[in-house]
Design a binder for this molecule. Structure first.
Ligand SMILES: Cc1ncc(COP(=O)(O)O)c(C=O)c1O
Length: 395
């Protein structure tokens, strides 16, 4: 056979996808499975958002649209960034509408990386953060973000990762984090910005969970004096507006980065579907929709409290929790069982019927941990967590 791109040999098939396939197969065979593996809100997209899309289709927004995104939507994004993060972006030159957060991240990395550049990615982190850099022939250096430090890298780990020949190009951040829900203090981010400035690095900040927080509001990586010029914000409507299937997100970055990203977008997807853009602009600006989003956050907060309460009640030494500060996951510490996280997930699925994601899918530091979503009904979260503890206590 003719040769194919061997870069993909360096990327492992996602454990999340493998687990999802196994769960689907079990469900298809009639088994009752509690699915706590998904990273997808259990709420439907609000019907008014769907109506906005339907109307746009009926009004003929069914052809190509501008690759940069419609001005209305870019303006809505700029308003959101001022409202929520206090950062001013020019919708004409510093914002690009993308096919979800994952595509925003792809365009960001495609726009700044040249083959062989070093990219610093915390461990654990969502697998795409490192996989994408590898696909683009970057050299990924994982920065341990150990549980013992609240899943935030010790600051000197960043320094140690710098290579002598100045190949380091970018730092990838994702706060609140998937899978840990952690985010650092403002002081830590300020220090990281100073570090990036000193070493001439980009900060690519994936803030798709930015509006899902349970403690003090997390600060955007771009919200610091002078930070905008070296920070690229990745965001989407997927998690905050329960719109994962709509595939719409955005990039906010210096104009030269947006120009590269625009070329990459034009030559890969042409544009985000115009009627989806119309619905996204409605979602970002309609006051009633912002209240619905706040209600979803309140539901996640309630389930988070539920797990904390259950954990106190069950007092398990084998399943320890570190309450997430944001996002909608618990990264359960099950290191006491001394079993690989894949084995634990397989056994929990087969023996007590709960679908989860092995921590090792997020990096070496995730070994011994299991990701459990709270983007599921209160009943499923409670029954699922009880079953996990019951299973662990019998090992
Ligand atoms: C950290 C992180 N970034 C980005 C995404 C992708 O978001 P989107 O659906 O907007 O592409 C996910 C999805 O799980 C995620 O966890």
């Amino acid at each position: 056979m003719q040769s194919i791109n061997t870069q993909f040999d360096l990327i492992r098939q996602s454990a999340t996808v493998a687990m999802a396939d196994r769960i689907l197969a079990l469900k298809a065979s009639g088994q009752n499975i509690i699915g706590l593996q998904v990273g997808d809100p259990d709420f439907g997209t609000h019907p008014a958002i769907a109506d906005a899309a339907m109307k746009a289709i009926q009004n003929g927004l069914t052809h190509y649209g501008p690759s940069r995104g419609y001005p209305d939507l870019r303006t809505a994004v700029a308003k959101k960034l001022i409202r929520d993060e206090g950062i001013t972006y020019d919708p004409a030159s510093e914002i690009l509408i993308t096919h979800g957060g994952i595509h925003a991240y792809y365009l960001a990395m495609q726009s700044i990386l040249t083959p062989g550049d070093d990219v610093l990615v915390p461990d654990p982190s969502w697998a795409t953060h490192s996989n994408m850099a590898v696909m683009l022939r970057g050299n990924v250096i994982r920065i341990p973000a150990p549980a013992e430090n609240g899943f935030i890298p010790f600051f000197d780990s960043w320094l140690k990762a710098l290579t002598a020949n100045a190949k380091t190009k970018a730092i990838v951040l994702n706060y609140p984090s998937n899978p840990t829900g952690a985010y650092p203090t403002r002081e830590y981010l300020q220090k990281l910005q100073d570090f990036a400035k000193e070493h001439n690095l980009w900060i690519v900040s994936d803030e798709v969970y930015g509006s899902l927080f349970y403690e003090e509001r997390p600060t955007s990586a771009a919200a610091f004096e002078g930070a905008k010029e070296r920070t690229i914000l990745v965001n989407s409507l997927s998690k905050s507006y329960a719109m994962t299937g709509w595939r719409v997100g955005f990039l906010a970055a210096p104009a030269q980065v947006i120009e590269n990203a625009l070329k990459a977008g034009q030559n890969s997807i042409t544009c985000v579907a115009p009627f989806i853009q119309e619905a996204a602009a409605f979602a970002l600006t309609d006051p009633a929709i912002q209240e619905v989003t706040a209600k979803m956050r309140a539901a996640y907060a309630r389930r988070r409290e539920l797990v904390i309460r259950l954990s106190h009640e069950l007092e398990s030494e084998k399943v320890k929790i570190i309450p997430p500060q944001g996002a909608f996951y618990f990264f359960l510490d099950m290191r006491a069982l001394k079993m690989s996280s894949i084995e634990m997930c397989e056994k929990i699925l087969d023996e007590v019927g709960v679908g989860l994601v092995p921590g090792s899918a997020f990096g070496e530091q995730g070994e011994g941990f299991i990701r459990m979503t709270i983007a599921a009904s209160d009943e499923d979260v409670e029954a699922g967590f009880r079953k996990i503890v019951y299973w662990a206590e019998r090992q």
